[in-house]
Design a protein around this ligand. Structure first.
Ligand code: GDP
Ligand code: MG
Length: 587
């Protein structure tokens, strides 16, 4: 007696603890965006926690489910028939007077029967009916059950649909099952033995444990009860079933199952949600890794391009060094006494310098710079192209992946898809509006500006040729000054060689300055342009980065919480199991 009170108190404490936990889980699942089909199970589990014990009768249509319940209650409460007539889940509850009402797919029937004070009995439309909805109706009701009676007819033991259904009941929802092999009156005892053996072996394969099977004739039992025919009742073997049910579903066991079943219902839902969170986190981790890869690739490309750009600078340098060498030869040849008249004529000297030294270097440099500008535009385009291809590939990969893994996750999948598509869209737009020639001309212009800047500082002339001529003219002025001062012969012998040397040195200095200046400018322009390109690309992909970070944090929090709740649920499950196992008599 005292034990019972303790059990009651403990029971209420467990119910409260379980309820709190299930609500926490429910709220978390809703927040994650778990599908309503799944969260409904959790809600029902909470709602059912304090309801009466629910014995659910399932099996294929026409196996004798309704007849079994009628026999148990010794009244034809439910309609029986050879056609799949029951399109409703029938819940039988205790009530002072009998009444019945239908809500959605449920028919609630109250009946003044003692048995129903402890247990509610549920008749289902059965499985493998012609009407597919009946199957689903029954399957979806299983999570609400506390104990399952599985009725099998002797004329078709264990069909494929029965096997499938059994796996769901025992593996997914972990419900206790009792098998009734019904209609034994229609077969010879030897045949029944064969079928029983078959059921035990096959049942063992499906459930992993030897199933409890009772062979009965529900029909005979009902008759026997009505006519109080003991022999027939004996023959029907129905009392064995009743005895088992009374013993197996004693109060303690009912409490145990009542407490454990909601946990069993919520666990697979939780597990699925946890798997999905894991799955999403893996996707995010992959996204992040790939994003870093893209960034690394961009940085590497930038570095690589910078290195390659030096070859254009080298080409310009070579053109100018060649020119300097020609200038040396020219100085040696031209600054001779015999050329005195040409030297003193500024125009003639410049013309000769232009023809022999400068030649087409201006054009040559322009060509190299045009080539450099083209190359840069091409590389910039390629960087955009690579980014576009990368995200395109990623998206295709995802489509393929989604097919294999199924729905990666509603809103999450949608948001991610949108961001990827927007990156692709922007990259594609950039590429589409890319005016190759205009871009190239723009770069060339900046190179030219760099040179104008240099030239302007010198003489205000435009173009490299003019710069060089102006350098030469300055040197010439110095020499002609000396020559004009008279003493031609002396000058020829003593001054000219020195002047030639000085001219070469001065010219070399100027050229080197020009080279250094051009180098600096080209490199600078190059860097600026590439920097701008890469910044733009990074800008385009930055939403992916933001999405990944935000999602990662959110998913991680959700997973941590859900894992904690699951562990708490498992702890509670262990505690209840340990306290209420049949051998434990402390309570
Ligand atoms: N021969 C025989 N017929 C039975 C037995 N139990 C039920 N039936 C009949 O099988 C048919 C289907 O029974 P019912 O309870 O409506 O099956 P349900 O579709 O599973 O609910 C009815 O005609 C019953 O009379 C039995 O033990 N032996
Ligand atoms: Mg029926």
């Amino acid at each position: 007696m005292e034990g019972k009170t303790v059990l009651k108190e403990q029971y209420h404490a467990w119910v409260q603890a379980e309820k709190t936990l299930l609500w926490n889980i429910y709220n978390r699942l809703v927040k994650i965006g778990v599908l309503p089909e799944e969260t409904t199970h959790v809600r029902e589990a909470i709602d059912r926690l304090e309801d009466l014990f629910l014995l659910v009768v399932v099996g294929e249509f026409n196996s004798g489910k309704s007849a079994f319940i009628n026999t148990l209650l010794e009244q034809k409460i439910l309609e029986e028939g050879p056609t799949p007539t029951t399109d409703l889940i029938n819940i039988l509850k205790y009530g002072e007077e009998s009444r019945s009402r239908v809500v959605d797919n449920l028919r609630l029937t109250h009946f003044p029967l003692e048995l129903l004070k402890n247990v509610n009995i549920v008749d289902t439309p059965g499985t493998n009916s012609i009407i597919r909805e009946h199957d689903e109706l029954t399957m979806n009701f299983i999570p609400q059950s506390d104990f399952v009676v599985f009725v099998i007819s002797v004329d078709r033991p264990l069909t494929d649909s029965e096997r499938e259904f059994l796996e769901l009941i025992s593996h997914k929802w972990k419900r206790k099952i009792l098998f009734l092999l019904n209609k034994i009156d229609t077969k010879e005892p030897e045949d029944i033995d064969v079928i029983l053996t078959y059921l035990h072996t096959e049942g063992q394969k499906i459930l992993g444990i030897d199933p409890i099977v009772f062979p009965v004739s529900v029909k005979q039992a009902f008759q026997a009860k009505q006519t109080k025919n003991e022999d027939l009742l004996q023959q029907s073997r129905f009392d064995e079933v009743e005895r088992y049910l009374i013993q197996a579903l004693n109060e303690k066991e009912r409490i145990r199952l009542k407490l454990l079943n909601p946990i069993y219902t919520v666990q697979p839902v939780c597990q699925t949600a946890q798997n999905s969170l894991h799955e999403k986190l893996t996707v995010i981790a992959e996204d992040m890794r790939r994003l870093r890869q893209v960034e690394k690739q961009l940085a590497y490309t930038q570095e690589d391009l910078k290195e390659h750009s030096t070859r254009f600078i080298l080409k310009v340098e070579n053109i100018l060094l060649d020119l300097r060498n020609r200038a040396y030869d020219f100085v040696d040849d031209f600054l001779q006494l015999r050329n005195i008249w040409d030297i003193t004529s500024k125009d003639k000297a410049e013309l000769q310098f232009n023809t022999l030294v400068v030649k087409d270097s201006s054009q040559q440099i322009e060509d190299v710079l045009t080539e450099a500008a083209d190359w840069m535009v091409k590389k910039s385009m390629k960087a955009w192209d690579d980014t576009l291809n990368y995200y395109n590939q990623q998206l295709n990969h995802d489509l393929y992946r989604d097919k294999i893994l199924g729905e990666v996750g509603g809103q999450f999948g949608y948001d991610r898809d949108k961001i990827y598509k927007s990156v692709i869209h922007q990259a594609r737009d950039r590429i589409k509006t890319f005016d190759y020639q205009q871009e190239s001309r723009k770069i060339l212009k900046t190179f030219q500006n760099a040179m104008i800047h240099f030239a302007a500082a010198e003489v205000g002339a435009i173009g490299i040729g003019a710069v060089l001529v102006s350098i030469f003219s300055t040197l010439l002025l110095d020499i002609t000054g000396v020559l004009a001062s008279g003493a031609l012969v002396t000058a020829g012998f003593f001054i000219l060689p020195r002047k030639r040397r000085q001219a070469k040195e001065a010219f070399n200095t100027s050229i080197q300055e020009l080279i250094a200046d051009l180098k600096q400018h080209i490199a600078h322009e190059f860097d600026e342009y590439m920097q701008a390109t890469f910044e733009q690309i990074k800008e385009t992909t930055s939403p992916v980065d933001r999405f990944c970070r935000a999602e990662h944090d959110e998913l991680n929090t959700a997973l941590t919480e859900l894992t904690t709740f699951s562990q708490q649920l498992a702890t509670l499950q262990r505690e209840i199991t340990h306290a209420l196992t049949a051998s434990n008599e402390n309570l």
